[in-house]
Design a protein around this ligand. Structure first.
Ligand SMILES: Cc1ncc(COP(=O)(O)O)c(C=O)c1O
Length: 470
C-alpha cells in the first residue's frame, strides 16, 4: 500500500467510527458502561516489535473504547462545565491534524497565524473587550490565567523597579493576589506555576452566590503595602452559581490602589455576547486581563482557551522569545510572542470555523438557549418532591439538592441522598450530572453548555428524575 493509501484507510475508518458514534448519540447512555478493570484489560497490550497497519490500529482503538466514552457530546450531559463540539469546529479540528501545522510562527504556518489574528479580533468584538488588547489562544482557561498573570507579574514588578524576566522572583517585591474565596482552583495553580505562591493569595469574602464584597476588597487593598503590588481576581460566572462580580465598583477600587485586575470568565464571559445577559458584564472591559474558554461554551473541541491582556507590552515582555533560527515576518503576528507554548497546535482553525458556522446570531442563540435550558432543568427538577433549589441559574449554571425523607434526617443524610440521586440518574444513562460541595453541603450542579441540548433532552433528563423521585 502506498503511504497515501495507508493514510486513507485509517482516516476512512476514523470517519466511519466517528459518524457511527455521533449517529448513535440519542440512543447511547450518557455515562460510560464499561468498568475500569475491563478498560484496563482492553488497553494493556504488549508493545509488539512489529507495528500494525494504521487501519487496524484505528479499528482496535474504536473497539477498545466502545462503551467507555463519556457522552459529553450529547445534549443530555450537564456535568461540570463541559461543552460539545459544533460540526464545523469538529471538521476543522480534523484538518488541523491533517495539515499538522506548527502554529508557533507565521513562517511555519501562515494560514494558522492569519486565522488566529482574525479570531482574536472577532472574540474581542463578541465579548466586548478592548480591541487594543493583545491575546493568545491557549490550551484552556488554566493556561490563559498563566499567560495573563505572567503579564500582570511583569507589569507590576516593572513599575516597582524590578525586572522579573531577568532577575526572577528572589528578592523581588512581594506580589499578593486578592481573590474571591469561591475562586476556581486554576487561579491557585497559575499562582504556583508563576512562583507567586498560594500563601500569598488572600481570600476575599463573598456573598452567598460568590460575588466579592466591595467593602471587604476596599479594606483589604487599603491595608496592603506597597500600593501597586496587588493582583485582584474577579469572576465572570461563579462555577457553582454563575454569579458575576460587581465589576464597575470593584475594578475602580482596585485601580485606585494600583492593582492589576484579572477576570476569570471561563464560561461566563460569553454572557457579554448576549443582549439579554450583557448587563452582567458591565464595566468588565475596564479590567487588565481576561481568561475565557472556547472548549466550554463556544463548543469547539478541547483544547482551546483565550487570554486577553489590555497592556500588550507587558504581555509581550512576559512571553516573547527571539532566537537566530526562528524566522520572523515583521508584518505578521507570530504566536510565540503571545503564547506560553513553543510548538503548538493550530487551534485557531476550530474557533474560526465555530464562529463562522454560528455567526453573531448563532452565538447569541447558543448562550441564551443554554440559559433557558438550565433554568428549566433547575426549576423542574427542583420542584419535585424531595428536591430543593439552592441556586436558580443566573446564566447556565444552577444548584439543586435532594433531601432524605426521614423527619430526623441530618445534613449528612441529605448529602448522601444527593449523591445517591445523582448516581442513580447517571446510571440510568438518560442524563449526566455532577456533585459538588457548596457552603458545606453536597449539591447537584446543573450546567448547560452544549449546542445539541434541546427541549426534548431537558424532558428526558427531567423524566429520569421523576422516575426516581415520584
Ligand atoms: C470558572 C473556571 N475557571 C477556570 C477553569 C479552568 O479551565 P480549563 O479547564 O479550560 O483550563 C474552569 C474549568 O472548569 C472554570 O470553571
Amino acid at each position: 500500500m502506498s503511504r497515501f493509501e495507508l493514510t486513507r484507510a485509517a482516516l476512512q475508518r476514523a470517519l466511519d467510527g466517528a459518524l457511527q458514534y455521533l449517529q448513535g448519540l440519542e440512543r447511547t447512555a450518557v455515562a460510560p458502561k464499561v468498568g475500569r478493570s475491563t478498560l484496563r484489560n482492553r488497553f494493556i497490550k504488549p508493545l509488539r516489535r512489529k507495528g500494525a497497519s494504521p487501519e487496524k490500529v484505528v479499528t482496535d482503538l474504536i473497539a477498545d473504547c466502545d462503551g467507555s466514552i463519556v457522552g459529553s457530546s450529547t445534549g443530555r450531559f450537564f456535568g461540570w462545565a463541559v461543552g460539545g463540539t459544533l460540526p464545523a469546529a469538529l471538521a476543522a479540528d480534523w484538518l488541523v491534524s491533517a495539515w499538522d501545522q506548527n502554529a508557533v510562527l507565521y513562517a511555519c504556518a501562515p494560514a494558522a497565524a492569519q486565522v488566529e489574528e482574525v479570531v482574536g479580533s472577532w472574540l474581542k468584538d463578541l465579548l466586548n473587550l478592548p480591541q487594543r488588547a493583545s491575546f493568545a489562544l491557549t490550551t484552556g482557561c488554566q493556561m490563559a490565567h498563566v499567560t495573563c498573570l505572567a503579564a500582570a507579574r511583569n507589569r507590576l514588578l516593572a513599575k516597582l523597579g524590578w525586572d522579573v524576566e531577568r532577575n526572577g522572583l528572589r528578592g523581588a517585591p512581594l506580589i499578593r493576589i486578592f481573590a474571591n474565596d469561591q475562586r476556581h482552583g486554576s487561579i491557585e495553580r497559575a499562582a504556583r506555576l508563576l512562583g507567586l505562591g498560594t500563601e500569598h493569595i488572600l481570600a476575599v469574602a463573598t456573598d452567598t452566590d460568590g460575588r466579592v464584597l466591595v467593602n471587604v476588597l476596599e479594606q483589604a487593598l487599603r491595608a496592603h503595602e506597597p500600593a501597586g503590588s496587588a493582583i485582584v481576581i474577579l469572576q465572570a460566572g461563579d462555577f457553582h452559581t454563575g454569579a458575576f462580580d460587581n465589576f464597575r465598583a470593584l475594578i475602580s477600587i482596585a485601580h485606585r490602589y494600583g492593582a492589576w485586575v484579572h477576570v476569570d470568565g471561563a464560561f461566563g464571559l460569553w454572557a457579554a455576547a448576549s443582549p439579554l445577559y450583557r448587563h452582567l458584564t458591565e464595566a468588565l472591559n475596564t479590567a487588565d486581563s481576561w481568561a475565557v474558554d472556547g472548549h466550554k461554551w463556544l463548543n469547539v473541541p478541547f483544547d482551546c482557551g483565550y487570554a486577553f491582556v489590555a497592556d500588550s507590552e507587558a504581555h509581550r515582555n512576559a512571553i516573547s522569545h527571539r532566537a537566530s533560527y526562528l524566522t520572523h515576518d515583521r508584518e505578521a503576528r507570530d504566536q510565540i510572542d503571545w503564547n506560553p507554548e513553543w510548538s503548538r497546535r493550530a487551534r485557531g482553525f476550530p474557533t474560526y470555523a465555530a464562529l463562522r458556522q454560528l455567526g453573531r446570531d448563532g452565538v447569541v442563540d447558543l448562550i441564551e438557549r443554554s440559559c433557558l435550558h438550565a433554568s428549566a432543568l433547575v426549576s423542574r427538577i427542583g420542584s419535585m418532591p424531595g428536591a430543593e433549589i439552592l441556586a436558580k441559574p443566573i446564566i447556565n449554571q444552577g444548584l439543586v439538592r435532594f433531601v432524605a425523607g426521614r423527619p430526623d434526617a441530618s445534613e449528612e443524610d441529605h448529602d448522601r441522598k444527593t449523591e445517591e440521586v445523582i448516581r442513580s440518574v447517571n446510571a440510568s444513562g438518560e442524563a449526566f450530572f455532577t456533585a459538588s460541595t457548596w457552603h458545606g453541603r453536597r449539591v447537584m450542579r446543573v450546567s448547560v453548555c452544549n449546542w445539541r441540548t434541546t427541549e426534548a433532552d431537558i424532558d428526558r433528563a427531567v423524566a429520569a428524575f421523576q422516575k426516581l423521585l415520584t
